[in-house]
Design a protein around this ligand. Structure first.
Ligand code: NAP
Ligand code: ZN
Length: 335
């Protein structure tokens, strides 16, 4: 019986241990990918800690995967062994609902994440249905491309959804794994870009990545100066914030879009939404079609993740550094 070697946690919050699992015959529509790189998303930490109460142990994290096709099932036509491909957050959907049929598989109510109740990418290989395998453009380096598969698409989607253009003023909350890619993509879309950050030490790099303005979100003076000026705020933080202060920076019809989920319900005065017809929304990764488009845009406009590489065997050290918020800006495991 063939086996895959990976790293798994056996209890919420526990260290990852070497873990081998047997895999049977490859499914007709499945592809086996030999993993070269896998990014560490903060969602992997939420799942390690079972914050969302959906983790099943032993749990193999990892959903920012790049590798090469090793084997394809009998029904797979378009992918060839040796081809360089990526796998992101999603590895399954019903295929029949309105959302799947309209190319928005990421909104399918039966969406299956790559590493929830499946073994993810902290491993030497992964098996995924061919529909969720995305070819990687040649111009992208594997290590820099891996974080695009989740972090990249998650911030790219709201820029597309809300029609960001050179006329737009866009702000990104949090300069981390998602945020540093959001700054780059927002700049590529032509927007005037503001970085909201709690880390003044990140200012220089945030500006180099695309921010025209840098605002310390812990200082009310800077927040007030932005009052009524922004069209779109994409918040990548999972911490509770003064949401009223952010809403006040939005112009009429402005949108606060959450991609990071704060642990507590949002406290928002209705009047801040009503008077200026502001919207609070959310966004979740992106479809396979959107992933291919995003990778193409990244390749042509030189958007790339700034990474810190760790050998797969040093996964616990890498996870600990992500936990501390000390990685600039995405940790990537390499086999
Ligand atoms: P990350 O690399 O840790 O970055 C998060 C950033 O948030 C930090 O770099 C920091 O930026 C800021 N931050 C951290 N603690 C904060 C606090 N207490 N107050 C204010 N700001 C704080 O994490 P990530 O990988 O980008 O993921 C961010 C969130 O997005 C996670 O919750 C993850 O689960 C979620 N996510 C959602 C989707 C989706 O589809 N919606 C997809 C992927 C990830 P500064 O130092 O600049 O303040
Ligand atoms: Zn992720």
């Amino acid at each position: 019986m063939p086996e895959i070697r990976g790293y798994a946690t056996h209890a919420a919050g526990a260290e990852l241990l070497a873990y081998r699992y047997e895999v049977g015959e490859l499914g007709a529509d499945e592809v086996q990918v030999r993993i070269s790189h896998c990014g560490i998303c903060r969602s992997d930490l939420h799942l390690i800690d079972n914050d969302w109460q959906v983790s099943k142990f032993p749990f193999v994290p990892g959903h920012e995967i790049v590798g090469t096709v090793e084997a394809v099932g009998k029904a797979v036509q378009k992918l060839q062994p040796g081809e360089r491909v990526g796998v992101g957050w999603q590895s399954g959907s019903c295929g029949n609902c309105t959302w799947c049929r309209s190319g928005k598989e990421n909104l399918c109510p039966d969406s299956q994440p790559t590493c929830v109740h499946r073994n993810g990418g902290f491993a030497d290989a992964v098996r995924v249905p061919a529909r969720f395998i995305i070819p990687i453009p040649e111009a992208l380096e594997s290590e820099n491309a891996a974080p695009l598969l989740c972090a990249g698409i998650t911030v790219y989607t709201p820029l597309r959804t809300y029609g960001v253009s050179p006329a737009s003023r866009v702000a990104i909350v949090g300069v981390g794994g998602l945020g540093h890619l959001a700054l780059q993509f927002a700049r590529v879309f032509g927007a005037e870009v503001t970085a909201f950050s709690t880390s003044p030490a990140k200012e220089e790099e945030a500006r180099a990545m695309g921010a025209h303005h840098f605002c310390n979100s812990r200082e009310s003076k800077g927040m007030k100066a932005l009052g009524g000026s922004l069209d779109l705020i994409i918040s990548t933080v999972n911490a509770d914030q003064d949401w009223s202060a952010f809403l006040t920076t939005l112009r009429p019809e402005g949108v606060l879009c959450l991609v990071g989920a704060p642990s507590r319900p949002l406290q928002i005065p209705g009047s801040l939404l009503i008077q200026a017809a502001r919207t609070v929304s959310g966004s979740n990764t992106g479809s396979p079609l959107a992933l291919a488009e995003m990778l193409d845009v990244a390749a042509r406009h030189k958007v790339k993740a700034q990474t810190e590489r760790f050998p797969m065997g040093r996964v616990n050290e890498a996870v600990a550094k992500v936990r501390k918020g000390a990685v600039r800006y995405r940790a990537v495991l390499a086999n």
